[in-house]
Design a protein around this ligand. Structure first.
Ligand SMILES: [Zn+2]
Length: 227
């Protein structure tokens, strides 16, 4: 997996909470900055300097990730004096990620580079702390705040973002060498093509089958091209 380089500029100490155990971390909460072309570094600087009484662990933009609160400290990003709509996600057990936003006449949006970087960071954190996909939530899911606006106004965009978090790493680059390596959705196709002798691999019995080739074969198989 690709690791995102993370730079650090910690928030003012009175902008975040107490130390916690890393085993407390079981949710990721996604936010947007509500800015228009602001950068992760600018946000980190702002929270390091100004007294805000709010905070987040990470800021993400098109090019960088900045850490503002260490993972093993509580950040103040999804608390409310009002109603909690999520049964268990709180500041105490979550990591807050802020995505820098942009604004157009149609409203706020995230650039694709910012999204891609946030996906990378989120995957990294999910793996590190064993956070399952159902525990990756929007600020909106916790308190009904309209945050992150691009993922609240368009729930489809949020579903897509979550789907990207579940996607296997670099599967496009995978080469399947043996029948056992082939994912379940492709096994029958490969088996049949081997049985018919239409797929043989190289001399050593190595299938040497690229992911895209496998997909193409499966589509052809389903279309009945190999009957
Ligand atoms: Zn938020």
């Amino acid at each position: 997996m690709r690791f995102t380089k993370i730079q650090t500029k910690l928030a003012r100490r009175d902008n975040y909470g107490h130390k916690r155990s890393k085993s407390d971390i079981s949710y990721l909460v996604v936010h947007y900055t509500g800015g228009d072309g602001d950068t992760a570094a600018e946000n980190a600087t702002y929270f390091s300097r100004d007294f805000t009484e709010t905070s987040a662990h990470y800021f993400v933009d098109e090019r960088e990730v900045w850490r503002s609160v260490p993972d093993d400290y509580v950040a103040w990003h999804c608390g409310t004096k009002g109603t909690y709509y999520h049964p268990s996600c709180r500041n105490q057990n979550s990591i807050g990620i802020e995505l820098c936003s942009r604004e157009s006449e149609g409203g706020y949006y995230f650039s694709s580079a910012t999204r891609a970087r946030a996906v990378q960071l989120a995957k990294q954190l999910m793996r590190k702390y064993g956070i399952p996909i159902q525990n990756v939530v929007r600020h909106y899911d916790v308190t009904h705040k309209q945050c992150p606006a691009p993922f609240v106004q368009e729930s489809y965009a949020w579903s897509q973002f979550r789907a990207e978090l579940e996607r296997e790493e670099d599967e496009e680059l995978t080469i399947y060498h043996k029948l056992e390596d082939v994912p379940a959705w492709g096994k029958e196709t490969v088996q049949q093509l081997l049985d018919k002798g239409w797929l043989a691999g190289n001399n050593e019995g190595d299938l040497d089958l690229e992911h895209y080739m496998l997909r193409t074969l499966v589509v052809g198989f389903r279309a009945g091209l190999f009957k």
